[in-house]
Ligand binder design. Structure first.
Ligand code: PLP
Length: 373
């Protein structure tokens, strides 16, 4: 079946008890069991698993083409669970441009957990090869990256990592399985902040890890989630599952709008650079074309000047809203240096745009007036 059909039907079996087509939300935190804790219907306690979470996990694994998935309370909950599955003494390779709190986590917490890390520019697989050590267990890929929209060759990096016996995780939050399926390209895990496009309406927080193979790592992550407690709530699972039903349609429009905005901005005199992998001028365009079916709704721009010129543009938008996060129906703009705070690696003149589902011409007109074009 094609991905658009999967998005509509995955995990959508009618409720066996009532035949309701819309899935029930099982809010119960506890389930009746036998006198010696025997499971009666496969469930015991909400922190282990829950029927609503199960549906979302089934849908996410079908969409990504994995054997199983685990949903978490947030994208960071999923990220940290994966890092905590590593034994002390392991080594992890991270990309230079990576989601801000993954960077904070590896700087502040990995040393305390006895895990070594290196930061490399993963846009060249050769850099990953050079950084590999005998104890490298995991290579972290984020493509397109947040916020600089760097593109990493998933197949290339996976081949290099696998030669050394390391696993590859791809943060697929920006592309979603509609535009890019990392497990088909060779990665071992796909990671999501489902808070973003999968949920799609800026009203539910969640994270997900999809595993290519259901093996010991799945069991370990399941156990970790249960003990550390970062499990996705039933209601948020339900909202994200509902979001998946329209994901294919939304990503199509996000991508059309994203490309139109990127093309319009590329010609502006007050813009130094536009980072959008759909533009032929983007250094990762060729790789992106190979591994993505369209380029999504995220882009970043460098405004000519510095901090104050960029903040000036953000202060003059009328339709775009100044807010963090991304992937909702509404268009957002954010000065990343301000948002990331101390230790930010984003250029001071960078603005990140999450292009929503409004009419592209209204979005372009708003940006052009804010830029003074
Ligand atoms: C938002 C985001 C995360 C973190 O997800 P939360 O749900 O906010 O915890 C991770 N990776 C990327 C690319 C993100 O945009």
């Amino acid at each position: 079946m094609r991905i658009e059909t999967t998005a509509v039907h995955a995990g959508a079996e009618p409720d066996p008890a009532t035949s309701s087509l819309a899935p029930p939300i099982h809010l119960s935190t506890t389930f009746e069991h036998g006198p010696a804790s025997e499971e009666l219907h496969g469930y015991i306690y909400v922190r282990d698993k829950n029927p609503t979470q199960d549906r979302l996990e089934k849908a996410m694994s079908l969409l990504e083409g994995g054997e199983d998935a685990l949903v978490f309370a947030s994208g960071m909950g999923a990220s940290i669970a994966l890092l905590q599955s590593l034994a002390p003494g392991s080594h992890v390779i991270f990309p230079e441009d990576v989601y801000v709190h993954v960077r904070v986590a590896h700087r502040e917490y990995l040393p305390k957990w006895g895990i070594q890390s290196s930061v490399v520019d993963t846009q060249t697989p050769e850099n990953v090869r050079r950084a590999l050590r005998p104890n490298t267990k995991l290579v972290w890929v984020e493509t397109p990256s947040n916020p600089r929209m760097n593109i990493t060759d998933i197949a290339g990096v996976s081949a290099v990592a696998h030669e050394a016996g390391a696993l590859v995780v791809v943060d697929n939050t920006f592309a979603t399985p509609i535009l890019q399926r990392p497990l088909e390209q060779g990665a071992d895990l796909a990671l999501h902040s489902t808070t973003k496009y999968c949920g799609g309406h800026s009203d539910a927080q969640g994270g997900c890890l999809v595993l290519k193979k259901r093996g010991p790592l799945y069991d370990q992550l399941f156990h970790l989630r249960m003990v550390l407690g970062a499990v996705c709530s039933p209601f948020n699972s339900w909202l994200v599952l509902r979001g998946l039903r329209t994901l294919a349609c939304r990503m199509e429009r996000h991508s059309l709008n994203g490309l139109a905005v990127a093309q319009a901005l590329a010609g502006c005199k007050n813009i130094e650079r536009v980072f959008y992998p759909g533009l032929a001028s983007h250094p990762g365009h060729e790789t992106a074309t190979k591994q993505m079916s369209a380029f999504g709704g995220m882009l970043s721009i460098l405004v000519k000047g510095g901090w104050s010129e960029a903040v000036g543009v953000a202060s003059r938008v009328k339709l775009f809203q100044n807010a963090t996060s991304l992937g909702g129906v509404e268009s957002l703009i954010e000065h990343r240096t301000s948002a990331e705070g101390k230790g930010s690696t984003s250029p001071a003149n960078l603005l990140r745009l999450s292009i929503g589902l409004e009419h592209k011409d209204d979005l372009i007109a708003d940006l052009l007036q804010a830029l003074g074009e």
